[in-house]
Design a protein around this ligand. Structure first.
Ligand code: C2E
Ligand code: CA
Ligand code: CA
Length: 278
């Protein structure tokens, strides 16, 4: 970083210091977040092209820190993964989102799918599948309503034990989605190694799609490929009307700020009642 004068250095130093202080506080306070009821789930609606309505919700965790305010998962999930806290936190997230889904179904909302982000660390934890099965039983929700989103690094899994766990999850009736497809390092050759239900195209893949012909060709080929493999496709990060129009006949579901931002829990029902999106 180039600094022009003394003052600029100061600003730079202070912001770096602030960054580390904040980071340190996040690490220190994270382990108390669950027991102090500071975590909340926001829900981002997913639009079904065929039904022309919202059918799915993605649960996205938020941390209401008493002094730092709302902290984005991008700032604390990596720490939760490093420290192993993600295991308990992840279970809380699964339980909470399943309860919410059950409640919506009981109230008669026509939602078909609750999508939950799962870290590889959770899958690696002994007894994961059994605990998930217990949670579903306790809450009384059919696993077919639940989709687990895992990043494309799961395509690289070689460990037989983990592959078996994925199989067991599928046998319970859970759907599996590959999240952020197109941003990682896995290549197309890994796709056939693993059977999944949904391919979720990364936001980064669709940026500027309307002007970039080559990118459009790649994206369309990937969606076609997913369809040939018998998968559902969801395009995320739809921010503009022109993107929505572009993808309307190319994928099964859409998600993004243009359709709806992630909603706080109390706003979900009103949204589902009032959305008349053409
Ligand atoms: P993700 O799974 O790819 O989630 C989508 C992120 O994109 C969310 O950010 C969402 O708010 C944001 N988003 C949605 N629509 C748009 C759009 O149109 N434009 C743009 N620019 N962004 C959009 P969020 O909620 O901050 O989550 C960030 C990441 O944190 C997630 O990325 C996911 O990897 C992780 N995460 C969130 N909740 C959980 C969780 O419960 N468990 C785990 N393991 N990870 C989570
Ligand atoms: Ca996701
Ligand atoms: Ca994603």
């Amino acid at each position: 970083v180039k600094a022009k004068g003394k003052n600029n250095y100061q600003i730079y130093d202070e912001s770096i210091a602030y960054h580390y202080q904040r980071q340190f506080k996040i690490e220190k306070d994270l382990y108390k977040a669950i027991e102090h009821n500071q975590l909340t789930l926001y829900y981002q609606p997913q639009y079904c092209m065929r039904k022309k309505t919202f059918v799915g919700l993605e649960a996205l965790v938020r941390w209401k820190h008493p002094s730092l305010g709302i902290i984005s998962p991008a700032d604390f999930i990596p720490i939760a993964e490093e420290t192993g806290l993600i295991v308990n936190m992840g279970e809380w997230i699964i339980r909470e989102s399943c309860k919410r889904m059950k409640e919506l179904l009981n109230k008669g909302y026509k939602v078909t799918k609750m999508c939950v982000n799962i870290s590889k660390k959770q899958l690696e934890k002994e007894g994961f599948v059994e605990r998930i099965a217990t949670i579903f039983e306790e809450i009384g929700i059919a696993p077919t309503y639940i989709e687990f989103e895992l990043t494309e690094s799961i395509l690289l899994i070689r460990d037989n034990e983990l592959l078996q766990r994925m199989e067991k999850l599928k046998n319970l009736g859970i759907s599996i989605a590959i999240d952020d497809f197109g941003t990682g390092y896995s290549s197309l050759s890994y796709l056939p190694n693993f059977s999944f239900d949904t391919l979720k195209l990364a936001r980064e893949m669709i940026e500027g799609i309307e002007e970039n012909e080559k990118r459009a060709t790649v994206v369309e080929a990937v969606l076609d490929l997913a369809h040939l493999l018998g998968c559902k496709t969801i395009v995320e990060g739809i921010e503009t009307e022109s993107q929505a129009t572009y993808f309307q006949d190319k994928c099964h579901y859409m998600q993004g700020y243009y359709l709806s931002k992630p909603l706080p829990p109390e706003a979900v029902e009103t949204f589902l009642e009032e959305c008349h999106f053409a």
